[in-house]
Design a protein around this ligand. Structure first.
Ligand SMILES: NC(=O)c1ccc[n+]([C@@H]2O[C@H](COP(=O)([O-])OP(=O)(O)OC[C@H]3O[C@@H](n4cnc5c(N)ncnc54)[C@H](O)[C@@H]3O)[C@@H](O)[C@H]2O)c1
Length: 373
């Protein structure tokens, strides 16, 4: 293989997606540098044992300009994945870690006239909020959050705002309106707009990738977000009953981490991707109930869940991505949900910490009233 000398910076490269991206880039012959603060909630101050030793590691924070300046020296490409996620109540941190950090990146590129060839920023399906629905009588509308009193009555589906009839989910497109409902999503929207606008004004090729729910090995033990696979797996592997939220018929778009990595590689060198935003999902509907069934089948335990009627305020009822835009650049998700669950189960069995943290995160969700009945 011809050695590629280009240097790639991955912020958040010690985390779930970033560490898989580092592996793939090292394998492709790139020089890789990682900037990560190794702080909770994802880490405990130490590099995880899966971290690729062939990369250069800088311990630093994307909220600090001097850490960015150090990390950006000699870099050709930047993947900005470091982010503050989840449902925490320190709202300001989302904007510092996700939006301000993105502005700092462009500020430094300009100030130092850095010859960065491309910036790719991690965005999120969370931007779409509840998403787009169709009423058979009144047509397409963007749904707001389902009212709490509706959820208290266990009426789960999104309703037409005109006649109150149940509406049908439509897949989210990049051209859709964005209506993020949580600070994380709002800060990601700001990050995405900063990246695309500053990229265009200053002619720095920039791309935003909106991931759906990414699944695979190395998923953080400590986040609530994207937690269904961890929750079901820990319960299945420890003989606990699976407890499902709402009526377990929520639709989600679960994409495999290796497909997300191949999306990064697709946009890295393709000029057609510049100044564009792309959905990165699987583009198929999966009911959360079916995810739990797959977990139980692969963990070899019976599927006997409790359908709890608990719900998360501001969690969308359904979400599904239209992935045709990125497919036009030749990308395809090739892994099934079974592949993701198998990879996750094989990995989590060797991480007793994942199981001990499960209790803590679950109790925190109840304490902070993120879960309601
Ligand atoms: N996992 C998903 O399902 C999903 C879905 C949509 C979007 N995303 C986005 O993908 C990116 C990666 O997510 P992930 O799932 O790998 O999360 P992760 O928590 O596993 O990784 C994030 C990494 O960023 C680092 N980090 C956080 N704040 C930092 C800071 N201020 N300075 C330096 N490093 C910091 C963390 O230590 C961690 O290693 C994030 O931008 C996230 O918003 C993830």
């Amino acid at each position: 293989m011809i050695k590629n000398k280009e240097l790639v910076l991955i912020t958040g490269g010690a985390g779930f997606i970033g560490s898989h991206l580092a592996d793939a880039l090292v394998k492709d012959g790139y020089r890789v540098r990682v900037l990560d603060n190794l702080k909770p909630p994802t880490h405990n101050g130490k590099l995880p044992d899966w971290f690729n030793k062939k990369t250069q590691f800088i311990k630093g924070d994307v909220r600090n300009k001097k850490d960015w300046v150090k990390a950006l020296k000699g870099v050709d490409f930047v993947f900005h994945l470091a982010a503050y996620m989840d449902y925490h109540l320190d709202f300001g941190t989302y904007f510092d870690a996700n939006a301000k950090s993105t502005a700092l990146l462009y500020e430094i590129i300009l100030e130092n006239k850095l010859p960065i060839k491309k910036v790719v920023v991690a965005s999120s399906q969370s931007l779409y909020g509840e998403g787009k629905y169709k009423c058979s009588r009144h047509g397409i509308f963007y749904a707001g959050p389902r009212p709490e009193n509706q959820l208290m009555q266990h009426m789960w589906e999104v309703k037409c705002p005109v006649d109150g009839r149940e509406a049908a989910l439509l897949a989210e497109k990049e051209t859709d309106e964005t209506h993020p409902q949580i600070p994380y999503g709002i800060s990601k929207l700001a990050a995405e707009k900063t990246c695309l606008a500053l990229g265009k004004i200053y002619n720095i090729p920039s791309v935003a990738l909106r991931f759906s729910i990414v699944q695979g090995s190395r998923q953080s033990f400590r986040h609530f977000y994207s937690g269904a696979l961890r929750d079901f797996s820990v319960r299945a592997l420890t003989g606990r009953t699976i407890v499902m939220q709402e009526d377990a018929n929520q639709i989600r778009d679960f994409v495999n981490v290796h497909d997300v990595i191949s999306a990064h590689l697709t946009v890295l060198k393709n000029k057609k991707a510049d100044f564009e935003v792309f959905n990165v999902g699987i583009g198929k509907k999966t009911k959360v109930r079916d995810l739990a069934k797959i977990v139980c089948r692969l963990a070899k335990v019976p599927f006997k869940p409790i359908i709890s009627g608990m719900f998360r305020i501001n969690a969308p009822r359904h979400s599904l991505m239209d992935i045709s835009k990125l497919k036009k650049l030749g990308w395809r998700p090739i892994h099934s949900l079974e592949d993701s669950v198998k990879e996750y189960l094989d990995w989590v069995r060797n991480y007793p910490e994942a199981i001990s943290y499960w209790d803590k995160t679950y109790k925190k969700m109840e304490r902070e009233k993120i879960l309601k009945t």
